[in-house]
Design a binder for this molecule. Structure first.
Ligand SMILES: [Mg+2]
Length: 402
């Protein structure tokens, strides 16, 4: 081969890469049981979550995996339908590497029923699979492909534990320290503020004075209630106060930041980069928390991270830590990553290992997650013995308490 031919690469290979196309997209829905019952102030009692997976096959033989999830069974079938019936047919035959072009195509395809919400979940699952393909083609892990800042990521245990009595909360915190955590988050938002204060005091006593302690109210409070709670928590050196009130009240978040005296974290319920732009530019958040499973995948999350950086803010995450580890490892402004209660450890080949408060992003190409499909099969909706059902029948008494 001549030097110029080497510089241009193998002609056939180049032509093949140029011609790469999406051949098929398969989406599946699973109702994954939680290993223990979890509770927070807004979603109540949780026993399972909906996991929607997307497998994209290219004509070059490279396959990408993406997924998103919802709380309980709510929205799972709708998310599956958006991907299977609306997005997948629009993407067959296009180049999977052109993630910005595909993102824009998906955004406008769902725009009239979207601009956030469930549409962003659907776009996310596909976008994640596309980035997995790009990483595999480049033979690079996503964290390096996206910027490669530091493969070691500090983590915290995201407790979903509002109903735990004090002694169980103490046991859980001590157990997390033994597992290697050096930071934890607990739920607040009980009916009596004094109960929350007691929980915060217990967690702080277990952690000692130096380790970060976060609290999460899951949007339970009004602005005035949140400020009152923040003032009551102040003596316990809270690292951040998460989702004190509804995500729509941008000015309220700014007030809670200023008058509550604790940095505010929010983002798992902000589903577009424009919602983050409004919250960040108004001074309503100190720790933006985009979730790549509902902000538009890798593409959306990275944009929020860079937006935060331009405002001199860190960025953190919510949920699906096996994927988020790559994104936090990619950027210079990473804060602590949540190790979330909806874990996939029993269903993936290489769960994250926590050591001295940190995890390490893998060196496997793409996101490197290998789903153990056989382990998940019992929970696949539509599989034998797991038919879709509607539980609410005419005449049922429906509980309207939220
Ligand atoms: Mg939260």
């Amino acid at each position: 081969m001549t030097n110029s031919a080497e510089a241009q690469g193998n002609g056939n290979d180049t032509a093949k890469l140029r011609a790469m196309r999406i051949e098929s997209i398969e989406a599946r829905l699973y109702y994954v049981p939680l290993t223990s019952v979890l509770t927070d102030a807004r979603h109540g009692t949780m026993r399972e979550f909906s996991l929607v997976t997307v497998s994209i096959m290219t004509d070059g033989g490279v396959e990408g995996l993406g997924y998103s999830y919802t709380v309980g069974k709510t929205g799972g079938t709708a998310l599956l339908a958006l991907i299977r019936d609306n997005l997948a047919p629009a993407l067959i035959g296009v180049d999977p590497r052109c993630t910005e072009a595909l993102w824009e195509k998906m955004w406008w395809h769902l725009h009239y029923v979207g601009r956030g919400g469930l549409a962003s979940f659907a776009i996310s699952a596909i976008d994640i699979a596309l980035w997995d393909i790009k990483g595999k083609l480049a033979q690079e892990p996503l964290w390096r492909l996206l910027g490669g800042h530091d493969s070691s990521v500090r983590v915290y245990a995201g407790g979903i534990d509002l109903d735990l009595p004090i002694d169980r909360l103490r046991q859980q915190t001590e157990g997390n320290l033994k597992r290697g955590f050096r930071a934890i988050k607990i739920k607040v938002g009980r009916d009596r503020l004094q109960d929350d204060v007691e929980r915060v005091a217990t967690a702080r006593a277990c952690l000692g004075p130096d380790l970060p302690l976060m609290v999460d109210a899951n949007m339970r409070w009004t602005v005035a209630q949140a400020i009152r709670a923040a003032c009551a928590f102040r003596e316990y050196d809270i690292y951040w106060l998460e989702e004190p009130t509804i995500p729509d009240d941008v000015e309220g978040h700014r007030k809670i930041e200023v008058e509550g005296g604790i940095p505010v974290a929010t983002g798992e319920n902000l589903h577009t980069i424009y919602e983050f732009q409004k919250m960040i530019s108004a001074g309503g958040v100190s720790f933006p928390e985009p979730d790549m499973s509902n902000i538009g995948g890798v593409t959306g999350w990275i944009k929020v991270a860079h937006l935060a950086e331009a405002y001199n803010l860190p960025v953190t995450s919510h949920g699906i830590h096996d994927l988020h580890v790559h994104l936090l490892a990619a950027v210079p402004n990473a804060s602590l990553m949540e190790i979330h209660g909806f874990g996939l450890d029993p269903y993936i080949a290489h769960p994250l290992e926590i050591s001295n408060g940190q995890v390490r992003a893998s060196e496997r190409p793409g996101h490197g997650i290998e789903m153990q499909w056989d382990a998940l099969e019992a929970y696949r909706v539509g599989a034998k013995g797991h038919a879709l059902q509607s539980k609410a029948l005419r005449g049922d008494v429906v509980d309207l308490k939220v």
